[in-house]
Design a protein around this ligand. Structure first.
Ligand code: GRF
Length: 188
């Protein structure tokens, strides 16, 4: 059995998809949410699935003496980033080798890296004239969006797409791709 923590900064729709997928799963449990924005939507999501949600400031994330005991206390085996905007510090990557996953809303290695989040990603995809986009699930290392790619799912980019319509289509694909990739990876 694996106990995974979700790290999120925003609305938490991917967190919700993960909770729904694993709610009756005995092999994977999601007991803890770490959020770096007070009042983020993901707090409500965590509460509705009975998970503990903790607000962690950037300085606390970067402090191993704060974060590692917290994760150990909840017996966390791995971490799922779901719209988490802070860079994961090297000590955490070292503490959870090959056990931190992220979902990115574009087909990496294109359209990744610092600053490539939210609408910026979809605007860049449209500006480049891409005909397909879609989410990527990858392992996390010390660089933004550069760890090994585990899975991708493509969606079409339509001629009249805006960043908003494309984001919605990609997000729906994220909700399908992330849970099944997490299951395949941690239960391998
Ligand atoms: C998603 O688009 C994800 O790919 C990105 O951040 C967004 C989070 O959305 N990393 P939500 O909070 O899961 O709704």
């Amino acid at each position: 059995m694996k106990r995974l923590a979700i790290f999120a900064s925003g609305g938490g729709s991917n967190a919700k998809a993960l909770f729904e997928y694993f709610k009756d799963n005995e092999q994977i449990q999601l007991p803890l949410v770490i959020a770096n924005k007070e009042g983020a939507g993901v707090f409500g999501v965590a509460a509705s699935f009975g998970a503990t949600a903790i607000w962690v400031k950037k300085s606390q994330l970067n402090n191993p003496d704060f974060l590692l005991p917290l994760l150990q206390q909840h017996r966390i085996d791995g971490i799922l980033l779901a719209g988490f905007l802070l860079l994961i510090p090297p000590y955490l990557v070292a503490a959870y080798p090959k056990a931190i996953l992220n979902i990115h809303p574009a087909l990496l290695p294109k359209f990744g890296g610092a600053g490539m989040h939210g609408h910026h990603v979809h605007e860049a995809v449209l500006a480049a004239g891409e005909t397909v986009s879609g989410p990527t699930v990858h392992l996390v290392n010390e660089q933004y969006d550069e760890g090994r790619i585990l899975a991708q799912q493509t969606v079409p980019v339509l001629p009249d797409d805006t960043a908003e319509t494309l984001a919605r289509r990609v997000l729906e694909a994220e909700h399908q791709l992330y849970p099944k990739t997490v299951a395949a990876y941690f239960l391998r």
